[in-house]
Design a protein around this ligand. Structure first.
Ligand SMILES: [Zn+2]
Length: 279
């Protein structure tokens, strides 16, 4: 009887270790681009319905492993510009849209999706306070965009006590995770004004800080679609790795397509935020 149990244990252990081995290899040896990942997910979804909850959980875990292991191609320097790691294309810009999802973010997401231009939407919790707005956030996320944390109420963090700063930041990660299943990896302080405490909280939450290199859509002379797309493309600040700040605004939406086209005509590609190293 004793031997029977020992054999049983040995068989169980063997089974576990070989399964773990396959899984690691599958996840590690893939080298898949985000596009590949999309196709893969789709074909996986097309497969006949999964048999059990355990299998679903396993698939989810696998997807998460793949996502976590997407090899970073860019790092952010101290000026918040992107620098290529190894041989990634240096002539890229990063698109970011703040104060979302208010009135125009979803439109902007659809425009960018049509243009196949990736971006980060930095969201404020106070805009995600109804089921409709939650749905809007989910839709932006499902279109493939990265969701960043821009605090709950868009207050100047330097004027808030530490406890309040914690609430402003962590509550947004909780909301975004509840709606999308994923916690933000990028944090942008309102007005770009961080405190020692907000830096500490971001680090605890596993987020990297991100300001920007240029933006114009809050200045009165650029509040038309033509004016904003023109300055975003023709500013002397446009250079490799530039981090472009935009907002959920009507004129920015109106100028978005022309802006992306103008950047591409100048030879710039839009960087995929999923490929930025999180350190
Ligand atoms: Zn803002």
């Amino acid at each position: 009887m004793k031997w029977f149990y020992i054999m049983l244990c040995a068989m169980f252990l063997l089974g576990c270790s070989s399964e773990a081995g396959t899984e690691t290899e599958k996840a590690g040896g893939k080298g898949s681009t985000p596009q590949d990942e999309g196709t893969e997910k789709k074909s996986r979804n097309d497969d006949k319905e999964v048999d059990s909850k355990e299998e679903q959980a396993e698939n989810k875990e696998e997807n998460e492993i793949e996502k976590a292991q997407a090899k970073p191609e860019y790092k952010m320097n101290e000026m918040y510009a992107l620098e290529p790691i190894a041989d990634a294309n240096p002539q890229v810009v990063l698109l970011t849209i703040d104060d979302a999802p208010d009135k125009y973010a979803l439109d902007m997401a659809h425009i960018l999706k049509k243009l196949e231009a990736p971006a980060i939407f930095f969201v404020n919790g106070h805009f995600i306070n109804t089921p409709e707005k939650e749905k809007m956030l989910k839709e932006i996320y499902d279109l493939g965009f990265v969701i960043g944390n821009h605090t709950y109420s868009h207050s100047d963090l330097t004027t808030l006590p530490e406890e309040k700063q914690l609430e402003e930041i962590v509550s947004v990660n909780d909301i975004v995770e509840k709606v999308t299943g994923e916690r933000p990896k990028f944090f942008r302080a309102p007005f770009g004004k961080n405190t020692d405490k907000s830096k500490e909280i971001a680090a605890q939450e596993g987020m990297v800080l991100m300001n920007w290199t240029y933006g114009y859509d809050w200045e009165s002379q650029y509040k038309t679609g033509d004016a904003i797309s023109d300055i975003m493309v023709n500013t002397p600040y446009l250079q490799n790795g530039a981090n472009l700040l935009m907002h959920d605004r009507e004129w920015t939406r109106d100028g978005l397509e022309k802006m992306v086209q103008g950047l591409r005509e100048k030879g710039y590609d839009m960087a995929d935020p999923n490929l930025i190293a999180i350190e």
